[in-house]
Design a protein around this ligand. Structure first.
Ligand code: SF4
Length: 462
């Protein structure tokens, strides 16, 4: 997809003024948050689980190189061909090379944000390979020519009526605004694609180091068909997706499914250990794992930002974020959105190109509170702001104003003089309608610290 994060501010008004979008988002996020809350209330040790997940991811990424090597070795033993891709271009080139090796013309693909990140569909299409998305939400967006608007619910911003109108237009026949009927139409269309494809591409929710296996979580069974029907399966795996042991799934799966779709467990969890045996009736004969770096290891070198790599892509921080609830995902202009997107996008596409995103937050902390792996998102947002300022990327007048504020706030006499001067300004005219119902507050005659010292003299600092 086309990167537009540098145009975040310019793009905002269009999203802010879209009433239908806000209605769709409010309905979807409120529903899933309420259901999640009810499920969390049934789990007395939810907080302990979050902390345990944080500790496990922390330990694993502190030993990252060795864990990656063990994962690759174990997968290789089971007959999987494992590659590493340093960046997006290398990852796409590997997929093109595998497609050529197996004379692939048609590919089916299950939901994978990593493949969106590296621009896989465009890369394969440029080589004449047709890619069909098989996740219902992703297929809707492929028809619409749009980017996903959420980690786990890519078409969250669309109403049933909008989807019916899209299907009618693209498929050339009237389609009713009925979710069941729309799903049946999609299934009919996609079934043909499943049967024609020579290669299936998936992501991976978790990569299990001790067994060199991957786990995929879903509700539609399209991922299971994608990885089992065509003779070739290629899985794109973010290097941070590791879990040490299979038992860790008992901790991480409910954290993921409750936080993402508010389910105790999704309808399907596939555990893939390699190619089908020679005498098996079905299953892929060739399996490839492509471990993608694309900026992750650089992020991991910074102890604070490394915490963002513990993310299990549940999307709960999107749902809880008042900014996301107001503007939706596409406003952010890239694959990862909401609070976690605002933290990691500057690392993946460059601080300069995504410098506006960490400022798209009220720092209310709702994201940190809801994150199932306890990532302190609001602290990381502040940290990214600090790095952007330290890199001199904020506008010159803003830097000057902040220096002035810094000087002013150092001393009470400077602050009170500046405030008195502010009161003399014609606020009614300067601030327009905003000031009609508001007044600039008066400054107290004595600073709070002075008053506190006279009230509690014994606490006066020596
Ligand atoms: S940062 Fe936390 S809440 Fe947000 S998507 Fe990742 S795991 Fe989920």
């Amino acid at each position: 997809m086309k990167l537009q994060s540098e145009h975040f501010r310019e793009n905002l008004p269009a999203f802010l003024n879209n009433r239908q979008l806000r209605q769709n988002l409010a309905h979807a996020t409120r529903t899933v948050l309420a259901r999640r809350q009810a499920l969390v209330a049934e789990i007395p040790d939810w907080e302990a689980r979050r902390r345990a997940a944080y500790r496990k991811k922390k330990a694993l990424l502190e030993d990252w190189d060795r864990q990656l090597a063990v994962f690759a070795e174990q997968a290789g033993r089971r007959g999987v061909q494992v590659y590493r891709a340093e960046d997006a271009a290398q990852a796409v080139a590997l997929a093109v090379e595998i497609a050529r090796r197996h004379n692939v013309r048609q590919v089916i693909k299950s939901k994978s944000m990593l493949t969106e990140e590296i621009g896989l569909n465009e890369g394969l299409a440029a080589q004449g390979v047709e890619v069909t998305e098989t996740d219902l939400g992703e297929w809707i967006l492929q028809l619409a020519g749009e980017a996903p608007a959420h980690l786990t619910a890519p078409a969250i911003h669309k109403s049933t009526e909008q989807i019916a109108e899209l299907f009618s237009r693209k498929l050339g026949r009237p389609c009713p605004a009925d979710p069941q009927e729309l799903t049946r139409i999609a299934r009919d269309h996609l079934r043909r694609k499943f049967l024609q494809a020579q290669m299936g591409i998936s992501g991976a929710n978790f990569a299990i180091v001790e067994e060199g296996a991957i786990a995929i979580v879903e509700n539609e069974a399209n991922a299971r068909l994608t990885v089992s029907l065509p003779p070739v399966h290629v899985a794109f795996i973010g290097m941070e997706r590791l879990l040490a042991r299979r038992q860790d799934l008992a901790l991480f799966l409910p954290l993921l499914t409750i936080s993402s779709t508010a389910q105790k467990l999704t309808s399907f969890v596939s555990y893939l250990t390699g190619p089908a045996a020679a005498d098996a009736l079905d299953g892929p004969r060739h399996v490839y794992f492509i471990l993608v770096d694309n900026g992750r290891r650089r992020m991991g070198r910074d102890a604070r930002l490394r915490q963002a790599l513990y993310c299990i892509r549940c999307g709960a921080c999107y749902n809880a974020c008042p900014v996301y609830q107001t503007i939706g995902g596409q406003a952010y202009g890239w694959v990862y959105q909401g609070p976690i997107g605002a933290v990691i996008t500057p690392e993946l596409v460059g601080l300069e190109r995504a410098q506006q995103l960490p400022f798209a937050s009220s720092l209310c902390g709702a994201c940190s509170q809801i994150c199932p792996v306890h990532i302190p998102l609001h602290e990381l947002l502040l940290y990214q702001r600090h790095r952007i300022v330290a890199a001199g990327l904020t506008p010159h007048p803003e830097r000057l104003a902040m220096r002035l504020f810094g000087w002013m706030f150092q001393r009470w006499d400077r602050y009170s003089k500046a405030f008195a001067w502010l009161h003399r300004l014609p606020w009614q005219r300067l601030a327009g309608s905003w000031s009609r119902t508001r007044r600039l507050p008066m400054l107290a005659r004595r600073a709070f610290r002075q008053r506190a010292h006279s009230l509690f003299p014994r606490n006066r600092p020596q």
